[in-house]
Design a binder for this molecule. Sequence first.
Ligand SMILES: Cc1ncc(C[n+]2csc(CCOP(=O)(O)OP(=O)(O)O)c2C)c(N)n1
Length: 286
Amino acid sequence: MSMLDPVTLKQVRSFAAQIRLETLKEVGARGFGHLGGALSIVEALAVLYGGLMRIDPHNPQWPERDKLVMSKGHAGPALYAALALKGYFPLDWLSTLNQPGTRLPSHCDRKLTPGIDMTTGSLGQGVSTAIGLALAQRMDGMSSRTYLITGDGELNEGQTWEGALFAPQHKLTNLTWLVDYNHKQLDGDTEEILDLGDLEAKFRAFGWATAAVNGNEVEAVAQALEAAQRETAKPWCIVLNTVKGAGVPLVADIALNHHIVFEGELRTKAIATMEQAVAALEGAQP
Ligand SMILES: Cc1ncc(C[n+]2csc(CCOP(=O)(O)OP(=O)(O)O)c2C)c(N)n1
């Protein structure tokens, strides 16, 4: 069933706002974290977990499920917020983020957190593991799919380009790669460090079916992901044009917002603004 009807889109927009709010509260409880790159992928997570992926939150190990590899593992907090809101684990786990003994570490760990399909954090490696999962799904005759999220700075890793060559050669139509093109990496702009240029054209040249969309707009993301599901010849790469810190101007306006201290007035104001946004969306008409 398409996610593009107005009622579903309204629900997904509301889900995105809730993911954003819970991410702020979660990182706020720890006082610091990778906030910028967690916020930029919220709409993608809202579409994936808000209806696009075939999943069962009450059975996280369901063999027939679609899988997600969050290769930019430092964005775990946004994914944890989505998983908690879907009921994979209690919401109050979120306040334990990155604390000693937590089941929600700073970076994703599939052995600790229900709903995390792959352990990540060493950038680049998730491309290879996602390809392995997609190949295995196909070899096992499953109709399930694998979704991969990488950063743009992450594409500095040569391993990612090996995967970019491999997947089209093997016609991995069950693999969809989302690149979070927020133009920022740890310590500067991608254009200054290693310019990626026209990323969509690069992936097309490697043999992928592609789209470049506003990655912070749920309708555009849903449209592209649904097109990828219909594809029968190539894997899809969706370039998400996003803003690092999207949806939270107080964070987006910080030039180096990769890993920030998030406490005091900044935390209070950002959370209060997001609470208002959640309330406004809940009352909105489709
Ligand atoms: C192999 C490896 N090298 C370095 C790091 C440290 N590191 C963590 S995040 C990051 C920047 C990633 O930038 P990008 O992929 O653009 O992420 P985003 O801006 O979307 O958060 C770096 C260098 C790492 N996690 N893994």
